[in-house]
Every structure is written in structure tokens, then in C-alpha cells.
Design a protein. Sequence first.
Length: 445
Amino acid sequence: MSFEELGLLAPLLRAVTDEGYTIPTPIQSQAIPQAMAGRDLLGCAQTGTGKTAAFALPLLHRLTHAGNPPKGHGRRIRALVLSPTRELAGQIGESFRIYGQYTALRQTVVYGGVGQNPQTRAIKHGIDILVATPGRLIDLMNQGYIDLSHVEIFVLDEADRMLDMGFLPDVKHIISELPAHRQTLMFSATMPEPIARLANAILRDPARIRIAPVKATAELIEHSVYFVPHRQKSRLLASFLHSRAFTRALVFTRTKRGADKVSKHLNLSGIAANAIHGNKSQSARQRALDDFKSDRTQVLVATDIASRGIDVEGISHVLNYDLPDEPETYVHRIGRTGRAGATGQAITLCDHDERQNLKAIERLIRQTLQIETDLPLGDLPKDSARLEIERRGEQPPRPPRIAAGTRQRRETHSQPHKAPADGKHGPLKKFGFGRRTAKKKNRAR
């Protein structure tokens, strides 16, 4: 089946052809006809299967088919797309811009972490399609900038991530502000019980489409694991990247602080790397992503939540610096490589305490990870201080050890107190009590 056979309008076919797309992916070929017919839809497909086009193209088709929208300030928000992260919202907005470039529809993206003035100006000028993250959307709704009473199509993307990030109450609040008669498209990579309950509450007789279950991983991806103590992970990672040929590498850590530490260590080892996580400002996150896309840096260190929306071609290696707590997250991580028929490698660094997580992953993907034994722990570039210490054959200085049961007195001055030469109040003044004690004696007299 080709995109022409799906029945899309000519402006959309022209945009798709400009992008070089000819054959839709499985999720697109099954979801687009159902969504074009106006049905509610529940799509379950893992990352990298083309879900954005699966809802963007039929949404643009329906709004364009309904006729030209009013001009200027008379436009109303007719479609709302809700996304869990800023990066994913930005990429969805870019997809709408590309696919809808030959239509008369207007769209904008709103998310937190940046000033709201450019976003509110775009809304005041009139838009047809709004892509938003929950927090900023509710904020602008409370300020009176956004009215959702005319929404005809509502899209909830990455619903499982909404649950992981604690957005479920916000999502329910936003849904309560939408018209009862609307089309709802819901997409998720996994279908935990809370998401299934939400789907049953907001969808009406939906078409259910399930593509590439989460238990399946790309056949073009090679899985392997290094068993290494946690304290050696940073050195192993740097040595691996020095000794292996790669185009782009994406490193996953469990925590934001861990992402910063790994990125700093890689830069000290001579490997250009950036970190991306929720504590970074939006401008810093976007700059790190742009550098990664443009090859100014070949390594990006990310947390799982921030990784949503990292849709970059040519990622040859995904490295799990920390194993995820949920095995399904492993599938989402490795889905960043091995895309569009390309091969990829998924490397996992496993500490002794993470072996249970590894077993859970192997049970889920029904595959045993190949154990690597050639630990590339050779000489690495070091920062100048450590290099100087090693050149001298010395060990880094260690703090003095204090014997058990003893108490070390902290000196508050650079020189300890000395008793006067005549010995007056000497023992007391040494501990700071001499002057007060003398005054008390004088008052007593």
C-alpha cells in the first residue's frame, strides 16, 4: 500500500513526497484510514514506528477537508495534541509544519522552561492546531489565553510516559475542558492498567491497533553486556568509545546527577559529550540536541524521561550506563538505534547489584545478552592533575585516618591559643574561659 492509496488530500501527498516517503509503516497504514473516517483510535506501537505521521496526516486531512478556516483572530483551536516532554512536543510541531506546509492551517507549540510571550502572541493571532505539554497548557488556560471549547480532534501521545511522569491528574483536568463530541486518538508504547482504564473512559468504540508488541526488539540490533563494578563504569565507557568506531552514541543514566557526572568524565577523557535531563533549561536542552544532530558532539547522555523526543538518525550505539528499573524501558532505549533498516548496537554495563534487572530484561525480550569479556580498560587521556600524579609515580593524597574512639579537635584559628608567660589563667584561657572566669571572681569580691 502507498500513501496515494490511503486517500490523503493532494497537499498532504505533495508534502509526503517531498520528504521521500512512499510506503507507510504498519502503524500508519492501519491507523490513518480509521482516523480519516472519524473513529476514535487506540494505537499501541513502540518508539520509532512512525506514530507521529499516523495521527498528524489524518488530522491535517480532516481539518483541511472541512474547508478553509477563518482568517486572523477568528481562528479557533480545532485540534489539540498533548505530549509529555518539551523535546517531543517540538518534534511533533515540526512534523505538523512539514506535513501541513501546503495547507492553510496554522499550528504552534507551547511548553514550559521558556518565556510564554512568543507562545501567547501566536495564540492571539489565531491557530488551528495546538501541540502542548500538560503543565504549560494548564498554566495558559488558567491565565485565559487558551480556550479548548472548539476542539474537534484530541490526540494523547505517549500516554504511558504521561503516567510515569505523574501527569495523569493534569491529563484528566484537560480532558474535562474538551467538548464531549470530539474525535480522540490515543497512542502508547505500552498499555499498563491505569492507561487501559483511561482509554476506556475517554474513547468511544475505538479502533484498536497493536503493532510491534513491546516484547519484540529490532532484529538488526546486537545486544551485549559488560559485567563491571560500578566504580569502573565511567572508565570502561570512555575506553569503549575511544576504541570503537561509531557515528552517534546515546548513553542512558538513571539519574540527572549521573548524566552530568558521566558527561563531565567523557569530556575530561577527550570525548565531546553533552547531558540532557529535566533540570536543564529548555535552551540548554535544545542546544545539546542540536549539537548532537549536527555532529558537533557525537555522544549525548540522557535520562529516560528526557530521551522521549530524541528522534535522531544515525545513532549507531545505545549504551545503558545504568540498567532501568522497568524492563520495558530497555526496549524504548534501544529503539533509538537500528531504525529505518539500519543496524545498531545496544551495550549494557551491568554491576553486581543490577543482575536482577538484567534477568528481567532478558525474560522480556526472550533473548540472552551476549557477554563481552574484552574489557577495553586501556590507558585513557586524563585531566592534567591526575596525569601529573601518575607521571611522578605518586598516589593521590588521602585524608588522615582517625583512630577509633578518638575525637579530633577542630581549630577555629590558624594558630592555637597559647598560655600567657606568667601562667595567669593559662589552663582556662587555653579553652577560652579565662577572661569570663576572672570577671566572675571580681564580681564575687
